[in-house]
Design a protein around this ligand. Structure first.
Ligand code: HPA
Length: 287
């Protein structure tokens, strides 16, 4: 596959998206390491990749089909090693649909993780608060999502190892969510729980759109995460997700929000989230 080739539209690249080639490159670099958990880092959480013990760093430029990430504050590498004794592979830098990437490209790392045999996918993101009681700085466990991206990485020919019609009930694993709430309580970390809605972006929402999202049942709004979760669910991978609420959604406080504010708040809350993630990994019972 041509590196970074996009066809737009349905997001289907017309091939298997280069999953096999990308996986081969990553597998070779991992050697004997078998990651069991993959963690996708949202903006502000990049430092967690530096905490991986005995890291194997694989730059996106070395992986066929992985474009260079285009958002400031997002790196472009996979980092594999151990966190709290658990073999992990960390994705530092995502491919957003608003950058013009297809849903298939956004979901490609998750497909590679699936081929590598990971059992759990942990996703993190920055999001705007839709629930009126969520101030900037709130940490939210994702209970469920609404896909308003109008794109799906599973569209196109069915891929080996993936269900054609994945069931989306319990999309975010109940047992993992219970573990997250328990660890948060034990560590004294405030953790809300709610529904994440994904929009295409890159414009933030209008106040009327935020009111609409509230009526649809959303608690937080962002522009990522759903493509990789859809891929993971089609492969039977258990998912756990967290949103860092960086700002109240447009129109909730009457103040205009800025991308700088989003980055600054996500960096602060990311410290708390990283403590929570490590607490969860330390208590994870893998099958
Ligand atoms: N809307 C969408 N995405 C976001 C926001 C927001 O208000 N804040 C951070 N990511």
């Amino acid at each position: 596959m041509v590196k970074g080739k996009e066809t737009g539209g349905t997001g289907w690249t017309g091939k298997t998206g280069g999953v096999g080639e990308a996986t081969e490159v990553v597998r070779k670099r991992l050697g004997t390491l078998k990651p069991r958990v993959a963690i996708v880092l949202g903006s502000g959480l990049g430092f967690l990749a530096d905490e991986v013990v005995d890291p194997i760093r694989i730059a996106y430029s070395a992986i066929p089909g992985f474009p260079e990430p285009g958002v400031a504050g997002h790196k472009g590498e996979l980092v594999a090693g151990k966190l709290e004794g658990v073999p992990v592979i960390v994705q530092a830098g995502r491919f957003h649909l608003y950058e013009g990437h297809s849903a298939a490209t956004a979901g490609l790392p998750a497909r590679v993780f699936g081929e590598l045999g990971i059992e759990i996918l942990i996703v993190t993101n920055a999001a705007g608060g839709v629930r009126r009681t969520f101030p900037g700085g709130t940490l939210m466990l994702i209970a469920d999502h609404i896909n308003l991206m109008w794109r799906n990485p599973l569209a196109g020919p069915s891929q080996p190892g993936e269900q054609r019609f994945p069931i989306m009930h319990h999309c975010y694993d109940s047992a993992l969510r219970l573990l997250a709430r328990t660890v948060a309580r034990d560590l004294g970390i405030a953790l809300e729980e709610g529904v994440y809605v994904a929009l295409l972006g890159p414009s933030y929402e209008t106040p009327t759109e935020v009111r609409m999202l509230e009526r649809l049942g959303a608690d937080a709004v962002g522009m990522s995460t759903v493509p990789e979760v859809l891929v993971a669910r089609s492969r039977g991978i258990r998912c756990l997700g967290f949103s860092i609420i960086t700002n109240p959604g447009a129109g909730i406080t009457g103040e205009a929000l800025s991308h700088e504010e989003v980055l600054a708040v996500s960096e602060q809350v990311a410290r708390r989230l990283s403590v929570l993630l490590k607490g969860i990994l330390a208590r994870l019972i893998l099958g």
